[in-house]
Design a binder for this molecule. Structure first.
Ligand code: ZN
Length: 267
């Protein structure tokens, strides 16, 4: 088996996790900038995090034979303070030329507040100005449908944003269709409890097909499973999916989307 982990917060994981991912056939791990589990107190905290994502973590991953890529932004959970967000966004352009940066993400909404929406628009502007790919985090549970609609409206209203260069992550049964209908990519997050279980994710694939869909573990500092993608691939095999079809979802699809960034190289 070979696969790409397109969404994992590996700064929070151990070297054992890296080793297990490499043993399972992981070719590359991609890390969106996100909440650290606590709020940073200043833009300097984000500056250090961006250095960690672009300088230190690729070296740690390389020790296990894994390529490490990242996305940069201020996440929606820390976007309530618009002034802080402006200062963090101003830091990002100096990092965009670093060799493992894929684009702007994971931007999006958390509670669908007015300030979050303002900061989302600022970061779509940043991505458009610098011709970057976009990775979007959608809210959880009851906020997901409304949040996904708001996000799609922002993206569709900007003529500079090409839908095939946007991935909307954490889709579920009630949001996947509207994302695919816009021509954007959809990411399914495999969580042991919330978001998609492997069984639900495979049901979605069997319903909507695998065009423009990928799967990720989104593993972080909380309850999550860095091996969720290969485990779901095994479950697909058990349910009768052919090896070629599985390879398409877990390797070829993320590769196809990510190589729209000139920095995404597997060799
Ligand atoms: Zn994430």
């Amino acid at each position: 088996m070979r696969y790409i982990e397109p969404h994992a917060h590996v700064v929070s994981r151990t070297t054992d996790d890296y080793e297990r991912m490499a043993l399972a056939g992981c070719a590359a791990v991609c890390e969106p900038a996100f909440w650290a589990g606590f709020d940073r107190s200043s833009p300097a905290g984000f500056y250090d995090y961006f250095c960690q994502l672009t300088e230190h973590e690729p070296k740690r991953a390389a020790k296990f034979g894994l390529k490490h890529f990242c996305w940069l932004c201020i996440n929606s959970k820390e976007a309530e303070d618009v002034k802080l967000a402006e200062e963090v966004i101003a830091l990002i352009p100096q990092f965009l030329n670093r060799p493992n940066v894929l684009g702007i993400g994971e931007i999006g909404l958390n509670k669908n507040s007015r300030n979050e929406l303002r900061v989302l628009e600022m970061q779509v502007e940043l991505a458009a100005t610098h011709e970057q790919l976009i990775l979007v985090h959608t809210p959880h549970l009851e906020d997901k449908l409304k949040g996904t609609r708001l996000i799609l409206d922002v993206l569709k209203n900007d003529q500079r944003i090409r839908p095939e260069r946007v991935i909307i992550d954490h889709v579920e049964e009630h949001t996947v269709e509207m994302v695919l209908d816009c021509g954007m990519w959809a990411g399914m997050t495999l969580y042991p409890e919330t978001k998609c279980t492997p069984a639900r994710a495979i049901d979605i694939l069997e319903t909507y097909g695998s065009e423009r869909i990928w799967m990720n573990s989104a593993c972080d500092w909380g309850v999550s499973d860095p091996l969720a993608v290969p485990k779901t691939a095994l479950e697909m095999k058990r349910r009768g999916h052919l090896a070629k079809a599985i390879d398409r979802v877990i390797y070829q699809n993320p590769q196809k989307f990510l190589k729209q960034s000139k920095n995404f190289k597997l060799l």
